[in-house]
Design a protein around this ligand. Sequence first.
Ligand code: F6R
Length: 242
Amino acid sequence: MNLLTFDSHQKLHESGAGIITGLVQTNPRAILGLATGGTPVGIYQEIVKSFQQGIVRFQDTTTFNLDEYVGLPEQHEQSYRSYMNTHLFDFIDLPRSQAHIPDGNAPDLVAECQSYDRLLDQAGQIDLQVLGLGHNGHIGFNEPDHALISGTHIVELREETRQANARYFGSLGEVPTHALTMGVGTILKAKMILLIVKGQDKAEIIHRALTGPITTDCPASLLQTHPHLVVLLDSEAGSLLQ
Ligand code: F6R
């Protein structure tokens, strides 16, 4: 594991973006696994800057997002499709047909999960999977549980996850109760994982994830088994790991 702690968010964002654009520069056909949420926003801004400077192109790149809410219209500003458009896809040359996000409005959600896994299989191994970290140790929307699921599946969001995400909605009641998420098997199959964690409120869970027992109670702890894990932290999130 390669653990890097940054004293400024700007440096962390530049470093994260540099890892992603560096991969696409050397392998334009790279397959990227992407995350949403507050954590990667600054990294996506830096990627857009690099694209605008002509340093990187995404015409041949393929992306797979980790997750999407169930039942939120695609155009809703909090859907992860809208998030990706607003923060990244609207500003780069990635063909939309190569940008995959599970469809949380599909008439048959089980079939949608199976079709997402088929697309992932056809694409081959994800070269670089970007991850954020939930306060309860979730990665993607793989919530702590007595067992975890390998492939894409429907998940009931935990109360603490809905509360954490309520900041983006008018009220807790508006936060969807379910989501589709890539499973931990797919995440762990990625050639490289880039885990990004910011804030004092994540210090305890990242400490537990990286140094505690490997357990389904903390899905991120499974990342300890990954042969090529890069963790980018701000100094607050890293404060218990010194
Ligand atoms: C988002 C995702 C989630 C978030 C996590 C942290 O696609 O899969 O696991 O990465 O909930 O969210 P933020 O960054 O908002 O703290």
